[in-house]
Design a protein around this ligand. Structure first.
Ligand SMILES: *Cc1c(COP(=O)(O)O)cnc(C)c1O
Length: 404
């Protein structure tokens, strides 16, 4: 007879097999048990036909990986603890000392900081290119270029590039390209079918996605994914993932699995509300430019239309540039006066968010891709009633007029 303390650990009860429910089970494990030493020695981290260690996958993580790969039109997926970790994992897998990576000038800021910080320290150089001028990318790809990052639209300033043309250039030059697909979320366009209906097979090599945003939808999970179609490339990324030890928690995975079925509905709701508010902002004299790719006159609108379709989708994000007569303190007063839009980074959750940005220091002076003089404010539109959000913007604009 075992002592009770041992029984609490090695209890013989097994729940009956055959349980079935619409929501998946949550398997939490660091250690994964093997039936015998032969099974332990035969462990295989490359394929999803078994389990070796919690870090390398559980039924819960495999399930989310398969669903995210399907969402994005890819075949393989690796999960990491944040969107930024997915960007880091790609760089660490594909770049070594002496290599060069190219980034768009309007790249997600922390991606650039990673290139300027860690990667530079490891002997990996980077160059910025003008994403709105495909010829500029073509000119910069050199003998040491091993990776090109793409983003559509650009972070904060929302210019939508000719993504298909940028990918064609990478194809012609034989350089792998990785897309930060967080904005499109696998819904606005397909990263692995960038010339739909044309007969041309055009795909990025890698799509990374901050699941933190729309797939989580709750503003309460940090997670990233790396999706590919090529198995060898996937294994390269997965090997780095294992060596570095990026684990994701089963409870977080479960939160994303729970939110995923409502992703298309939420995305549409964010989109509709953001467009309504963006159009309203376009009619305000305090604002000189509204940056939303689905709005006519916005930078890259024609490229958005060509890729996403005239009735296409867009995320719930837009930025506005205030007239240069408004000083930073006045724009700050506008942001502080907002009641429903809260001050905070990130997006994709139910709460509307706002952040003011001073763009020139974020851009390369040589490329000259930013011409505005006024302060930019980025809005992430949540799931509140759009008319309440519009009233909030309207009342806060009064704060601009008060002398600072
Ligand atoms: C938020 C974001 C990321 C990073 O995601 P985290 O989970 O916050 O690290 C990467 N790219 C884009 C475009 C993002 O908006």
């Amino acid at each position: 007879m075992s002592k009770p303390v041992t029984d609490l650990i090695h209890h013989p009860y097994q729940p009956p097999a055959g349980f079935s429910a619409p929501q998946p089970g949550v398997f939490k494990a660091s250690t994964v048990l093997f039936a015998d030493t032969a099974a332990l020695r035969a462990r295989d981290w490359r394929h999803k036909n078994g389990y070796t260690y919690g870090l390398h996958g559980t039924p819960t993580t495999f399930l989310l990986e398969e669903r995210i790969a399907a969402l994005e039109g890819g075949r393989h997926c690796v999960l990491v603890p944040s969107g930024l970790a997915s960007i880091a994992n790609v760089g660490m897998a594909l770049l070594k000392s002496g290599d060069e990576v190219l980034l768009p000038d309007n790249v997600y800021g922390p991606s650039r900081a990673l290139a300027e910080g860690e990667f530079r320290g490891w002997g990996i150089v980077h160059q910025l290119y003008d994403p709105m001028k495909p010829a500029d990318l073509e000119k910069r790809i050199g003998p040491h270029t091993r990776l090109v990052w793409l983003e559509a639209p650009g972070s904060v300033t929302m210019e939508f590039p000719d993504l298909s043309e940028l990918v064609r250039i990478c194809r012609r030059k034989g350089v792998p390209c990785a897309l930060d697909n967080t904005w499109g979320a696998g819904l606005a366009f397909s990263a692995f079918d960038l010339a739909p209906g044309s007969g041309e097979k055009l795909a990025v090599d890698i799509s990374v996605h901050a699941l933190t945003k729309y797939p989580s939808g709750g503003g309460d999970v940090l997670m990233g994914s790396i999706v590919t179609r090529d198995e060898q490339l996937h294994h390269r990324l997965k090997l780095t993932h294992m060596r570095v030890g990026w684990g994701v928690g089963a409870n977080d995975v479960e939160s994303v699995l729970r939110s995923l079925p409502s992703l298309p509905l939420r995305y549409r709701a964010h989109d509709e509300a953001a467009r309504r508010l963006a159009r309203w902002c376009a009619g305000r004299e305090e604002i000189v430019q509204v940056l939303h790719p689905a709005l006519e006159g916005a930078p890259g609108h024609a490229h958005w239309r060509a890729l996403c379709g005239p009735e296409g989708l867009a995320a719930g994000l837009f930025s506005v540039v205030f007239h240069e007569r408004f000083a930073t303190a006045q724009v700050d007063a506008f942001c502080d006066a907002l009641k429903l839009f809260r001050l905070g980074y990130s997006w994709g959750g139910p709460v509307s968010l706002v952040v003011p940005y001073d763009i020139p220091p974020m851009r390369s002076a040589q490329l000259g891709t930013w011409a505005h003089k006024g302060i930019l404010v980025r809005f992430s539109v949540g799931l509140e009633a759009p008319e309440d959000l519009q009233a909030d913007l309207e009342q806060a604009l009064q704060a601009l007029r008060r002398p600072g």
